[in-house]
Design a protein around this ligand. Structure first.
Ligand SMILES: Nc1ncnc2c1ncn2[C@@H]1O[C@H](COP(=O)(O)OP(=O)(O)OP(=O)(O)O)[C@@H](O)[C@H]1O
Ligand SMILES: [Mg+2]
Length: 456
């Protein structure tokens, strides 16, 4: 029972651009059953898998704790899928935020949720929905998004997930405005995603994820990473088999070259895609970016030759980090990405090895002092000043001017008239604090820094 959900095809499809996944458009291509589930139940169901009811599925997933929602319930939860609840849209439909109270379903606590409504487009859309329900209904891991339930009413196919407050890594890494994702968060995200993939690969019945990319990596408030979208996931090879033959599906820019060329799928295809995401994390560039010059369209082609040269590395690292990264960590990440992106699958590391390497890179602290900027809201400063007597205001102004002079204008203080508020930089604060340390304290601090450096 190897491919109930996805048939085996020798032909190839050209990869499509992100957001438009490559879909298997061949109807009724399924084989006998999906391995992880006792799929005999499904395959023995008369007619196509489309005829499966929510009850058929829930009977087969007994013990999975999935809740079955009605469309009416989901409409209520999402304010009728209103635009104000809209979170994003992918190749298979829109995602809306909702909130369930503790009275909605027995045993389900009050919580925010994300509701993905599939745009069915025939059998394939249904297969992907089913794969997600079956896999996430059975696999539980801290680095996989939790599926809370589903709706399978008439032609409607909906998935209900735990809500991930920071959305996808794609939103964070490539957004034009707002603060850049800090180096430490990037390392934590890479490790969490690697653990999720390693869990799938090392399961008793291994699963190949097949669609690893930044938009499928969701982030919790503390940057805990959770993989989502298992619609293209596939059982790994069994016994003596070295690969699974499939139609080429996935997202352009992330798929491994041997898989694109031959349709032979192995866990190493995921490792390649992981290498692409590592590069995106390192460079802040998209896997495919047509807005750049022709030589820079494809991230792997552009960056890979520069990964083994520490001097060239500075040139490709995300400029939005503004130098705030660990050089040693960046070199190791570059070397790891290089290995994952090997043209041939054999030299690529297993995901459990990737996890080990990333674990060792977590608390690298050979970072330049961050230029921390604290902006005091203008209103706060105004209120503070208004509380004080006019003479006191004058005194404050004089004092401020003096402080500015003492610090050589580096500790900038702006008056409430300035639109952006008051700015304090961390380096100024540190310089200020350092000048107050006794000689003994200074020596201790230097020693501490030395120890940290050696332990890396
Ligand atoms: N559980 C969730 N919590 C919060 N936001 C989510 C959740 N799931 C999805 N999203 C948001 O919805 C967006 C769309 O997700 P979706 O998986 O449908 O599409 P995609 O990953 O962008 O593209 P693709 O169809 O190629 O997977 C995501 O980018 C993310 O911002
Ligand atoms: Mg997705």
């Amino acid at each position: 029972m190897k491919s109930f959900l996805f048939g085996c095809f020798k032909s190839q499809l050209p990869l499509k651009t992100p957001k438009k996944k490559i879909r298997d458009s061949t109807k009724n291509s399924g084989g006998s059953g999906f391995q992880r589930l006792s799929l005999s139940e499904f395959s023995s169901t008369p007619g196509s898998p489309l005829s499966l009811s929510a009850n058929d599925i829930s009977n087969s997933l007994l013990g999975s704790n999935l809740h079955i929602f009605t469309l009416q319930e989901l409409q209520k939860i999402t304010n009728n899928f209103s635009s104000s609840n809209f979170l994003g849209e992918g190749g298979f439909g829109a995602v809306h935020k909702g909130f369930i109270d503790d009275k909605m379903k027995p045993g389900l606590k009050a919580q925010p949720i994300a509701v993905k409504r599939l745009d069915l487009e025939g059998l394939q859309g249904h297969r992907e929905w089913l794969a997600e329900v079956i896999l996430l209904g059975q696999l539980r891991h801290p680095n996989l998004v939790k599926l809370i339930g589903y709706c399978c009413e008439d032609e409607h196919r909906v998935l209900v997930y735990e809500y991930m407050p920071r959305g996808s890594l794609e939103n964070h890494l490539f957004r034009k405005y707002g603060a850049a994702l800090p180096w430490g968060a990037r390392m934590k995200i890479a490790l969490g995603a690697a653990k999720g993939l390693a869990f799938l690969h090392d399961s008793e019945k291994p699963v190949i994820y097949r669609d690893f990319k930044t938009s499928n990596i969701l982030l919790d408030a503390d940057y805990t990473t959770k993989l989502s979208d298992f619609g293209l996931a596939k059982d790994g090879p069994e016994g003596d088999e070295t690969h699974v033959s499939t139609r080429v599906m996935g997202t352009h820019g992330y798929a491994a070259p041997e898989y694109v060329m031959t349709g032979h799928l192995t866990a190493m295809s995921d490792v390649y895609s992981f290498g692409v995401v590592l590069l995106e994390i390192l460079t802040g560039r998209r896997a495919v970016d047509k807005s750049r010059g022709p030589r820079e369209h494809n991230l792997v082609e552009w960056a890979r030759p520069q990964l083994n040269n520490p001097r060239k590395l500075d040139y490709i690292i995300d400029p939005r980090l503004d130098g705030q990264y660990s050089s040693k960590g960046a070199q190791k990440i570059a070397a790891l990405a290089y290995q994952c992106l090997s043209h041939h699958p054999k030299p690529r590391p297993s995901m459990s090895n990737v996890v080990k390497i990333l674990e060792s890179l977590q608390n690298f602290n050979d970072m330049p002092i961050a230029p921390f900027v604290y902006i005091v809201p203008v209103e706060t400063v105004k209120k503070e000043l208004e509380k004080k007597e006019p003479e006191q205001k004058k005194e404050n102004k004089d004092e401020n001017r003096q402080t500015q002079r003492q610090n050589g204008q580096r500790h900038r203080i702006r008056t409430p008239r300035a639109k952006t508020g008051t700015v304090y930089t961390e380096s100024n604060v540190r310089t200020h604090l350092k000048s107050r340390l006794s000689p003994d304290q200074k020596e201790n601090q230097n020693k501490e820094n030395q120890i940290k450096d050696e332990s890396i």
